[in-house]
Design a protein around this ligand. Structure first.
Ligand SMILES: *Cc1c(COP(=O)(O)O)cnc(C)c1O
Length: 354
């Protein structure tokens, strides 16, 4: 197909490919790290009592109810909180705001596969840093001149948690650029580096309601950092679209974040299921890095990960598999309910025994 002249001026990108969202609801869905449990019960109350005539009005551009609820929960001031339509929106805004030096941004070669897409769409140069053989991050790689740094902790799709000390070491070595830590999975047993944001003006910590708070469909993400960082992000956001988060979402998010007890219970249940699943997989001969997230990145003992992925799909069990160097030997299994994991294990045993 030949290019028309007008296409020369098109911003061309290769988009991010999210995990499948099959229409069939009669499947076991362990492929996109969603939470198998419902959100906090207060969310139901908000939906039941919402007066639809409020929809005539624009939502609060600063999403104050939600920003304030998050600030209160995390012990920071509302001016240190930026909220967005999922952390994808937050991270995208942060790339646009902070990664403009012209120097390459650093992130691991095996990581969340949206980072290189944002870098490409915004024309930000980047360099990927190889993980060590054990799939951990080598902090020394991040101590060279750069235009910014981002990685998830725990990393995705490995599930490996790095220590707060290691992250502080990286932040300390980089006073001249913004360091972003994507804590999408931190609630599943990791120690957050949020306290470091009080000490380092250039550290941005990003979290989401999609995983630990069971609200992927509502699209809520947030970043916490110094007032300066947050002000810069808001200036960019309000230069593009002030009304990104709708009123219902703001209210539901605020209600959810206030129920600490429910949050703890549902996170603990997932951790317990994860640890149990690790034991069973290890007994079956799977190998995997020790995950502190709501998924396990596992290498099958026999048969290829690709084969297992396809056979599971035939049995209506969806996991994630990438046809990429190094990681093609692994499949990423989201932790579902105990019942879902039983079905998954049963199917895996069947396929392996064939
Ligand atoms: C899931 C995920 C996100 C995005 O989550 P949102 O649903 O957009 O909040 C960001 N980073 C990582 C590493 C993730 O796994």
């Amino acid at each position: 197909m030949s290019n028309s002249k007008w296409e020369d001026g098109v911003r061309k990108v290769v988009p991010y490919v999210p995990g499948e969202q099959p229409k069939d609801t009669n499947i076991i869905k362990l492929n996109t790290n969603e939470n198998p449990y419902p959100p906090a019960p207060e969310v139901r109350d908000i939906l039941d009592s919402f007066d639809e005539s409020r929809m005539r009005l624009y939502p609060a551009p600063d999403a104050a109810v939600l920003t304030e609820a998050i600030a209160e929960r995390y012990g920071v001031s509302p001016e240190q909180v930026f909220v967005g339509v999922g952390s994808d929106d937050v991270i995208s805004m942060a790339f646009l705001t902070f990664f403009n030096s012209g120097k390459p941004v650093f992130f691991p070669d095996i990581t969340y596969s949206f980072y290189d897409v944002w870098a490409d769409v915004y024309r930000i140069p980047y360099e990927t840093k190889p993980l060590r053989d054990d799939l951990t991050i080598d902090p020394e790689d991040y101590k060279k001149p750069n235009g910014g740094i981002i990685f998830p902790n725990p990393n995705a799709p490995t599930g490996i948690l790095e220590s707060v000390d290691m992250i502080e070491d990286i932040v300390k070595a980089n006073p001249d650029s913004v360091v972003m830590i994507d804590e999408a999975y931190i609630d599943f047993g990791g120690e957050s580096c949020l306290p470091l944001t009080e000490k380092y003006e250039n550290l941005l910590v990003i979290q989401t309601f999609s995983k630990s708070r069971s609200m992927a469909g509502m699209r809520i993400g947030f970043a916490i950092g110094s007032k300066k960082l947050i002000k810069y992000m808001n200036d960019v956001k309000f230069s593009i679209n002030s009304y990104t988060m709708n009123t219902v979402t703001q209210l539901c998010g605020a209600a959810a974040v206030k129920n600490e007890k429910y949050f703890r219970e549902s996170v603990d249940r997932i951790i317990a299921t994860r640890e149990n699943t690790k034991k069973i997989l290890a007994d079956m001969g799977f190998t995997f890095p020790d995950s502190k997230s709501n998924f396990i990145f596992a290498k099958p003992p026999c048969k290829s990960a690709e084969y297992l992925f396809n056979e599971l799909k035939k049995r209506k069990i969806f996991v994630r598999w990438w046809d990429k160097p190094v990681i093609r030997d692994y499949m990423r299994i989201t932790i579902g309910t105990d019942a879902e994991m039983d079905e998954f294990i049963k199917a895996v045993r069947e396929v392996i025994a064939e």
